[in-house]
Design a protein around this ligand. Structure first.
Ligand code: PNS
Length: 159
């Protein structure tokens, strides 16, 4: 039996924290589907196509695929035969939102389990929004993102 995990998010853009969690997920999943949400709450910096392409560039592993989805996450998970949803928990501040989301997803799809993973210690305070802010003001994000993402940020803010 192939154990499929879905790792959903906005990935605007993918960071080394996300890459770390994808790698960790492969310890218990045979296949990880990174699911890029079409409609994050706020207008994204990168288009859906750009976010998918940057993930494909940053994560090259035969056991990992990148897809976009619209609508409910549980419906997407069902459509790809996933048994698990993977989410990262960085600090206590993440907990409330993640807990609400996990319980709502469980209400909608009782057999789908949410698994929380802790990122590597040095990536704990990393987030896409911080990366965007640092890059917007010309700061060095080379330690935080894949080189392709760094270049995409440079181009985005050069305009
Ligand atoms: O990286 P993010 O922005 O924290 O990811 C949030 C995401 C995309 C995982 C979440 O908003 C989501 O699952 N959206 C899809 C719509 C949905 O299923 N909403 C109900 C979840 S309680």
């Amino acid at each position: 039996m192939t154990r499929v995990a879905v790792y959903p998010g906005s990935f605007d853009p993918v960071t080394k924290g996300h890459e770390d969690l994808i790698r960790r997920s492969l310890a218990f999943a045979d296949q990880v589907i990174v699911a890029v949400a079409m409609n994050p709450g706020k207008p994204p910096l990168f288009t859906l196509e750009e976010r998918v392409a940057l993930l494909q560039e940053a994560v090259r592993d035969r056991a990992v695929s990148v897809r976009s989805f619209d609508g409910l996450l549980v419906e997407f998970a069902r459509s790809v035969g996933a048994a698990l949803i993977v989410r990262g928990l960085r600090a206590v501040s993440d907990f409330e939102y993640e807990f609400q989301m996990a319980l709502m997803n469980r209400t909608l799809a009782p057999r789908l389990e949410t698994v929380f993973l802790m990122p590597a210690f040095d990536l704990t305070y990393l987030s896409s929004s911080l990366v965007r802010e640092v890059a917007r003001f010309g700061g060095d994000v080379s330690a935080l993102v894949h080189p392709a993402v760094q270049e995409a940020l440079r181009k985005k803010f050069a305009r």
